[in-house]
Structure formats: C-alpha cells, structure tokens
Design a protein around this ligand. Structure first.
Ligand code: BDP
Length: 589
C-alpha cells in the first residue's frame, strides 16, 4: 500500500474501500550506522504526519506510541530500539483503525444490524454526521530523523509592530500628508520562547534574517524580544505588492553534558503581522481585511486524503487565478506542506480542528471535551507560528443549541485562547441565532446557510430576503463581525437549464449572484468575509442526495472550472482591486 495515501480507493475491492477496523502497515528500513551507535549522542525519532484515526506504532515489535486522531502529527523516540540491535534493519509497524465513536473527533458510531432476515450475521455500519468520505490510512509522510540528545524541543514566536500604520492610511489609501520616512521606520517586534529538551543549562542564541540573508536582529537566552527596524510586514495575497514576506529565525543551542557537547539548530519562518477583531472589522496589520475565499477538502481521485504535491501546487495556482485570499481548513487541519505554501504566498487561513458532526448529546460530555482540548493543544502547538493562520475554528456545525454546548464551547474556546492569546477563536454555526449556546464565546460569528438549496429548494427568489434576515439577526444579538463561512449549490458539471434548475451550472450561478448582492450591502457594515462551499467536488459516503460525492465545487474533483468559478473570479478580483493594493501587472481583467 503506498504511503502517503488513503487505502480506500487504491484497489478494485469494495470491501477495502468501505473497510472499518484495523489495517496494518509495515516496512523495514536500514538506518545509517552512526544512528545506531550508542555513543553517537543522538536520538532517533519516528514521526507520523497523520494517521487516520487511532494508531499504534511498533519498532522491531516493541510498541513505541499510540495516538488518537487523524490530521495531526505524532512522534516517538525510538533511539533505544534502533541502538539495541544495530546489525538488523529497523522494522516499523503501524496499525491504524478508522472506527469512530461518540467521543472521537469527528464523532461517529457503529450500528449492528441484528435482523438476520435482512443482514448477514455480525453485519454493522458506521454512522457519521459529516459530509465527506471517512478516508483512512497513513495520509502524510512517515519519517525517521535524528537530533542531538539535548535539542530544541519547541519554539514559540509572536509578532507585533509599532502601530503607526493607522495614522498613515485613509481607508485603504496611503495618506498624502503621511511622512513616508516615519511609515518606513515602523519597528517590528518578534517575541520568542525556546524550550530545550535533554539539558538543564543550555545556551541559546537566535538570529533573525531577512529574505536576502542579512541578519536584522539577534539575541541570546531562551526567551526574548527582537526589534526589526524598517520592518517588512507579512501581508495577505492581493492586499499588498509583496505578500507573504517571511524572515527566518535561526535558533542555535549548545549544551554540555559529561563529555558530550551538543549543538542543535532550527529555523522557523517568521511573518511579522498582527490580527485584531473589532465589533465590525477583522484587522490584519491594523487594516480591514475581507475574506474572499473558499472552503476546501483534502480530497482527490485515487489518493483520497493522501498528501499529493502536484495537487497542492495545482490548487494554489487555482486559488491565485481565482483571486482568493483565504480558505478555511474545513473540516480538519491540513498538511503542514499546505500551510507552508499559505505562509509563503500570503493565503490567509482559518485553521479548523476535526470537530465536525458533534451532534449527539453524548458527544458533549467530559470524555469528548477532554479529547477536544488535547486536539486543540496539538493543533496550536503545530500551527502557532504560522502568519497565515489568523483564526482558530474549534468546530463545524455542532448541535450548539443543546444545553451542554454552553459549558463545552466555553471550555474549548477559553482553553484555545489561553494556548494562544494572539488569535481570535470561532466555531462555524448553522444553529438558530437566538438558541446558539456557543456563540457568546466566539470572537467572529461564522454562519453557514444554504438558502434555495436545503431550505426552500428551487426558490432562488427567497435568497436575498433570508440572507439579509440572517445577518441582521446575528449582528443585532452579538455585535460581532460575521463571516459567511459556507454557501453554495451542487452542480453536475455540464448540466444546463434555463430557467435555472437545481444541479445545473445556471442554478449555481444565480445562487452565487443572489448571495453576492447581499454581501455587497453588508460588507459595508459588519460582514467581513465570504467563503464558497466548496472549492472542488469531493467524495462522500453514498446517499440519495450525493451523485458520486458532493458536487458543490466551483471546480470539479479533477480541478476543471464550472461556471461558478468564473463568477467568483470576476468578483474576487474586483474585491481585491477595491480593497487591496495590487501591483499593476496583477490587476484583473
Ligand atoms: C454543510 C457542511 C458541509 C457539507 C455541506 C453540504 O458544513 O460539510 O458538505 O453542508 O451539504 O452543512 O454540501
């Protein structure tokens, strides 16, 4: 079985595609001789980028770790096992089980069908409350790497700058009266904390370099503040001539232990930017930011949710072509390789955890909550230094009207804020604005709605009135900025009808245009973003409402545009021209 890939679509066997239970991966590798040397002063680490869902790993038959939850990495120190048998290959075994229960994220349940007149003995199905195929396997790379025994364990970077830009901008225009020298003299601030493993008296130095490799600030000690004169801020794509500017923070550690002198280096890309939310605006670097973007999935033919570089690069090309400045990682954390691209290109991310389909009241108890907190810790630890990530989303469409949702979301959101005080936190709701018990705790209201699709199917004429009511209701109650975090309509590519009918290209086009008319009124007030559902068609479980998957993509699963893609492309570039500062060459049309 290839890695990385979901196992489901690789063979012709429907039993493997729909398999629920344990699958086993095994591989023997030879590690370099020096890794196996007890006196090398090195530790050997096994790193799994993502294994869906529950997994256990062994090295040479000895269990080294167990991890619950897909989409996030985990590691095990395997030094002793590698060094205890240096003349043997290293056998890595990983068992992965995709069974979901009421306390997993996402939750699910196994239902046994006991009527033997209808089902074979022992027959069961897995029920889920989310709308994507529960692909499973080793979805991201499995690596072995080494560090010195005393090493850099973690680095936390937060950034700020002397906030004089506000006085230099009128709306989005640079003020004529503003002294450009003062503007360019903005000082960036990079706060860092380094934690070291394996030594109690390490010595740490850090150096921040610009893109040309010039060191612009340096310091020593495990925590401190760097000041960057004439800072180049990190800006979103289409908001600035040079989006995604990254400095490099090189951390250098040395530590002595007995006869060993350890030395470790780690480099973190650093984008200097701020994020702030007011009652009507989402501010990046003190300037209003409007999300014109998409929701995505990690999903493609054959590989399922397996990491696929050509697909990743293709998708970023399409995002740039579309004029999209942002996406939400619906409905789970995406691969680190994808977020690297966002950091570099300036694509803004709402980073969502796998809290999707939390519907059953039993999924709001302590066991589920404890796991949700762990997942948020893992996610924040992984993505906290990424400038592209501007907000955490702790769930999608939970049953947030239930009484226990109050304590549940208060706890998850408070915990997330304590893990990362620098970013706003949200969850995505489709509950009634008056009965939603999680909304009081979020910084930004994210709402999904499918007017003229799931509600009043076929009635395009009701979209504007219903959408207007939706926004007014939420804003009046909470006075928080609102993002339309999903809207859309299924299209079977190439299906046409005029007057428009559901599932045709024309129908999706009108749905989009009706939504856009209301967005254009409300973005002058408190609506701060629109994210289409979905970037591309994606696989789901089979059902009477899915024609080989969900077809709400503006691109097909093979990334070919539908009419909706051209509608959005026109709109997003117009929005960018209106709100951003584009280089002439990038202007559209
Ligand atoms: C929304 C869900 C999303 C679905 C979408 C749909 O958040 O995961 O795929 O509906 O039904 O409610 O297309």
């Amino acid at each position: 079985m290839p890695v990385p890939a979901s196992f489901n679509d690789i063979t012709q066997d429907p039993r493997l595609r729909d398999f629920i239970g344990w699958v086993w991966y095994e591989k023997e590798v030879w590690v370099p001789q020096r890794w196996a040397d007890v006196d090398s002063g090195q530790r050997v680490v096994l790193r799994v980028g993502s294994a869906h869902y529950n997994s256990i790993a062994w090295v040479n038959g000895a269990q080294v770790t167990q991890h619950e939850g897909g989409h996030l990495p985990f590691e095990a120190d395997i030094t002793k096992l590698v060094q205890s048998n240096p003349s043997q290959p290293c056998r890595i075994t990983i068992a992965v089980n995709n069974t979901l229960n009421l306390h997993t994220l996402p939750p699910g349940s196994i239902q046994y069908m006991s009527d033997e007149t209808k089902y074979p003995a022992g027959y069961f199905v897995q029920n889920i409350n989310f709308d994507f195929f529960n692909y499973a396997g080793l979805h991201r790379p499995v690596l072995l790497y080494t560090t010195p025994k005393a090493c850099i364990d973690d680095i936390t970077v937060t950034t700020d700058f002397a906030d004089s830009t506000e006085v230099c901008f009128v709306g989005t225009m640079f003020k004529d009266t503003c002294n450009p020298e003062r503007f360019s003299a903005i000082t960036g601030v990079v706060n860092y904390v380094v934690s070291i493993k394996g030594s109690s008296n390490p010595s740490v130095t850090v150096a921040l370099s610009d893109k040309e490799g010039n060191v612009v600030a340096a310091a020593s000690g495990p925590a401190g503040m760097l000041k960057v004169a004439d800072v180049k801020l990190w800006w979103p794509y289409l908001m600035h001539e040079s989006p995604g500017y990254l400095y490099s923070l090189e951390v250098h550690m040395t530590a002595k232990s007995g006869s060993y002198q350890y030395e470790d280096y780690y480099t973190v890309p650093v984008g200097i930017r701020t994020v702030r939310v007011t009652s009507r605006q989402f501010l990046i670097n003190s300037k209003p930011f409007y999300f014109h973007g998409v929701n995505k999935h990690e999903d493609s033919d054959i590989r399922g949710k397996g990491l696929d570089w050509p697909l990743i690069v293709k998708d970023f090309n399409l995002l740039q072509w579309l004029g999209a400045n942002s996406f939400r990682t619906s409905h789970y954390p995406y691969a680190e390789e994808i977020l690297d691209m966002c950091d570099r290109l300036g694509i803004v991310v709402i980073d969502e955890c796998p809290g999707v389909g939390i519907k059953d009241i039993r999924s709001f108890g302590n066991e589920s909550l404890a796991h949700h907190l762990i997942v948020m810790e893992e996610l924040v630890r992984r993505d906290k230094n990424r400038p592209s990530v501007v907000m955490w989303s702790v769930a999608n469409e939970p049953n947030s009207e239930l009484a226990p949702a109050d304590y549940y979301f208060k706890s998850v959101i408070t915990r997330t804020k304590s893990l990362d005080p620098t970013r706003p936190v949200t969850f995505v709701s489709n509950s009634n604005f008056n009965r939603d018990r999680g909304a009081p705790y979020v910084d930004v209201i994210c709402v999904n709605s499918y007017f003229s699709w799931y509600h009043d199917p076929g009635h395009l004429e009701v979209i504007q009135i219903q959408l207007n009511t939706q926004f007014e209701d939420w804003y009046k109650k909470y006075q928080k900025p609102i993002i339309q975090s999903e809207y859309g309509a299924d299209v079977v590519p190439g299906l046409h009808s005029d007057p428009p009918m559901m599932f045709t290209e024309e129908y999706q086009k009108i749905v989009l245009q009706e939504y856009h008319a209301v967005f254009d009124r409300k973005r002058k007030e408190y609506v701060v973003g629109e994210l289409i559902w979905n970037f591309a068609d994606f696989m789901t479980t089979q059902s009477t409402t899915r024609v080989v998957g969900n077809k709400k993509g503006i691109f097909s699963r093979q990334r070919q545009p539908k009419t909706g893609a051209f509608i959005l492309r026109d709109r997003y570039w117009k929005l960018a021209n209106e709100t951003g500062r584009l280089p002439l060459a990038a202007r559209y049309p």
